[in-house]
Design a protein around this ligand. Structure first.
Ligand code: GDP
Ligand code: MG
Length: 204
């Protein structure tokens, strides 16, 4: 059994909750509580391997001064950075997040960064209102050596699953490369996570 922790980050309204909920429940419900941060948990099987997945979905209040990401960077094994292709401000926010993640990984294993961060241009169904070009997203991802895709949480269930699956594969293969195993004190780890993110956990 591997434990994988993913943080879904991005500007308010980019579709972080929509993506997480779509992956976990197959549903797109349109409206999501935005005033609470939560960690969703799910057991799944990938390539015959059991995975205990935790997805951190931060609250959507404007995160002024909350770009330090220190807690998230320590907690997460992988990051999904979401922006809305019809909202340039969310793209700028994604850029700042990627910069922050890259900066924190300087000196760390590069390969790990390349495969464990996914930049996602969401709301592709709104391409008639597009403010951010596909090539801009692609370039930002290349500059930060992370993966990239555009999709729609509302309309592209298969793409959402494919994106999460790719992140999970990359993260678990990073575990192998680094021979990283969870420290035996997993209880104290759980305690730490609760302290960092509060006790609000939802099982889906
Ligand atoms: P968050 O603040 O990043 O968690 O954003 P939400 O997941 O709450 O989504 C914000 C709004 O965008 C909601 O009204 C969603 O219904 C809508 N939304 C999310 N994903 C999509 C999408 O792929 N297409 C469209 N058209 N709307 C979306
Ligand atoms: Mg949300």
């Amino acid at each position: 059994m591997s434990e994988v922790k993913l943080a879904v980050l991005g500007g308010s309204g980019a579709g972080k909750s929509a993506l997480a909920v779509r992956f976990l429940t197959r549903r797109f419900i349109g409206e999501y509580a935005s005033n609470a941060e939560c960690i969703y948990t799910k057991h799944l099987s990938l390539d015959g391997r059991q995975i205990h997945l935790e997805i951190y979905d931060p609250c959507s209040q404007p995160q002024r001064g909350k770009l330090s990401l220190t807690d998230e960077l320590h907690w997460a094994d992988g990051f999904i950075i979401v922006y809305d292709i019809s909202d340039r401000a969310s793209f700028a926010f994604a850029k700042a997040l990627l910069y922050r993640i890259r900066e924190s990984h300087i000196g760390a294993c590069k390969k790990m960064l390349e495969s464990a961060v996914f930049l996602v241009g969401n709301k592709q169904d709104l391409c008639h209102m597009r403010e951010v070009g596909w090539d801009e997203g692609q370039k930002l991802a290349m500059d930060n050596k992370c993966q990239f895709c555009e999709l729609s949480a509302a309309e592209h269930y298969q793409e959402v699953v494919a994106m999460f699956t790719k992140v999970l594969r990359n993260v678990t293969s990073n575990f192998k490369v680094k021979e990283k195993r969870r420290p035996s004190g997993s209880k104290s780890m759980a305690k730490l996570i609760n302290n960092v993110f509060g006790k609000r956990r939802k099982s889906v």
